[in-house]
Design a protein around this ligand. Structure first.
Ligand SMILES: [Zn+2]
Length: 213
């Protein structure tokens, strides 16, 4: 798990906002990574508002312990192209070859992406069948878990439950929502056509005029 964002508070156990987030995230073995940036004891800031004369370190990344071991470095990156009053936090990870391989596969298959045309679908069919498919999803037997439970069989049950819900929704969508390859539709009124039609109103009335002349 990796969470990055502007929390509006410093990761400081004197801060009420951080104390609340910490109590939630630490139950899942998720912690901030500020130490990669502040490691050399320099004071760092990610937010600077010169007109208000304020600056603070309020943008953070939080990761699971299993991800933390792959972090190589962390820096605050301020470039001339940045027009925000926040600066980017940049972390470098080094993962094993198995993760790189799956990334390559997903890059190659990108050209086959389709977009769902919800606007062309009869949604009543989708609602009926998603309701039916979701009704077939089996509830996991472990429903008395406590927050932060790390029991492997419980975690697997939750994963199976989650995947069943996603699968039910996808099955209904594949059955009743049309799909089109991305970028397969091009506008008929191209920029060139609109430009020419302003010069010659005849083209607007007879589009074939442009192709035969
Ligand atoms: Zn449990």
């Amino acid at each position: 798990m990796v969470i990055v964002g502007d929390t509006n508070f410093q990761c400081d156990l004197q801060n009420d906002g951080f104390i609340q987030l910490y109590s939630l995230l630490s139950a899942y073995n998720i912690n901030h990574c500020d130490d990669f940036i502040t490691g050399n004891n320099q004071r760092v800031v990610t937010y600077v508002n010169e007109s208000l004369g304020q600056c603070s370190f309020i943008d953070h990344m939080f990761v699971s312990d299993t991800v933390r071991q792959h972090i190589m470095s962390g820096v605050i990156f301020d470039s001339g192209a940045n027009v925000s009053d926040h600066m980017q936090i940049v972390y470098c990870f080094q993962f094993g070859s198995s993760i790189s391989a799956s990334k390559l596969v997903s890059t190659r298959s990108r050209s086959k992406y389709h977009s769902w045309r919800w606007d062309k679908a009869d949604l009543s069919y989708y609602y009926n069948y998603s309701c039916q498919f979701l009704g077939d999803v089996v509830l996991p037997s472990v429903c008395d878990c406590v927050t932060g439970c790390r029991d492997v069989t419980h975690l697997q049950s939750i994963n199976v439950y989650y995947e069943s819900i996603v699968s039910a929704l996808l099955n209904a969508a594949y059955s009743y929502i049309p799909r089109l390859p991305c970028h397969s539709l091009k506008p008929f009124w191209s920029e060139e056509f609109l430009h020419n039609s302003r010069l010659c109103p005849l083209i607007t009335i007879c589009p074939w005029f442009m192709s035969v002349n």
